[in-house]
Design a protein around this ligand. Sequence first.
Ligand code: PMP
Ligand code: GLN
Length: 379
Amino acid sequence: MHKSKLPNLETTIFTIMGNLSKKHNAINLSQGFPNFKSDQKLIDLVSKAMNSGYNQYAPMLGVLELREAIAKKFDDLYKTSYHPEKEIVVTAGATQAIFTIISAFIRPSDEVILFNPAYDCYEPAINLNGGKVIPMQLNYPDYKVDWDAVKNTISEKTKMIVINTPQNPSGTVFSKEDMEELERITNKTNIIVLSDEVYEHMIYDGLAHQSACLFPQLKERTFITASFGKTFHNTGWKMGYCCGPKELMKEFVKVHQFNVYCVNHPIQIALATYISEASNYKQLSSFYEQKRDLFLEAIKDSRFSFTPSKATYFQVLNYSAISNEKDVDFAKRLTTEFGVASIPLSVFNTNKLDEKVLRFCFAKKEETLLRAAEILNKL
Ligand code: PMP
Ligand code: GLN
């Protein structure tokens, strides 16, 4: 027998709940993906690129026109610059970017601070590289960071801090003050920040996304990861990008070139044209804010309690007025007996802390959300 490198790792909750949902023909609000089509214009651009012959390997770091379009987007949105040839790489989704960043920098015994509940792909990547996860627990409903506690947790072993704003699963965001605190406590250290910003274009109630690139000293130590799948309703295409200062990107590229070399060529050609039209992502917040409002209005008389999600396409609901069951058990029973699949939050906590909270994805057609709400209201 081989000794497992990840002995305690279980199958991801997204596969477990997705399969359970299928088996019981439930309404699937578990894994985060839209159940409506992405823009026909984008699909046509991909077909056109394929028919025009862009079917062989793309340049290693990505199609230059796409990297230039990404650089222009940073300039338009955040008035900051990334060099398209040295500081931006197109990746197979944000997942590959995150794995590549962690693999390029984390050595055995390095410590990585991350905030729980945390999206599930960071921790296994850190463990595989021999790093040590230092989780900082945030709590329902505000998930506020105690920056003094973070500061006290930093040691000479701290190699990286992972942040994710807007945050999956909680639907919260870091404020300008949060980012300034992070900038202050990492200033004059060698700590690298991995800022996972895949939900940057889904933010509600007039709030503004506080990208790490807006804070000059923070930007110097930060990788930003992004996902086209999230922004353009095609999670199955697995396309994203990573950007960061050129010294850090040099190391990123060393791993990228052997872990994937390059990513889907025709889709890059299509995206280069598509993202140049800013309205294609600028309308996303109002589009999803309407869905959030529709869902919350439809469940307002239910026995779930909640704070409206500030961002992402997830809403967390607390069920402690309904059941004492463990969140994993309750999520499973909600799927098998009532027909709505969700994600229990304890799986995103390193210590499996269970605050009786489930995550529901509202990137769904109106009729799907209303059918789910009808069921949730009966509990
Ligand atoms: N980070 C977060 C916070 C996510 O929710 C996801 C899921 N989309 C990813 C990264 C991975 O993105 P991708 O599907 O582009 O790999
Ligand atoms: N990001 C998606 C979510 O949080 C899941 C993607 C995956 O299954 N790895 O639902």
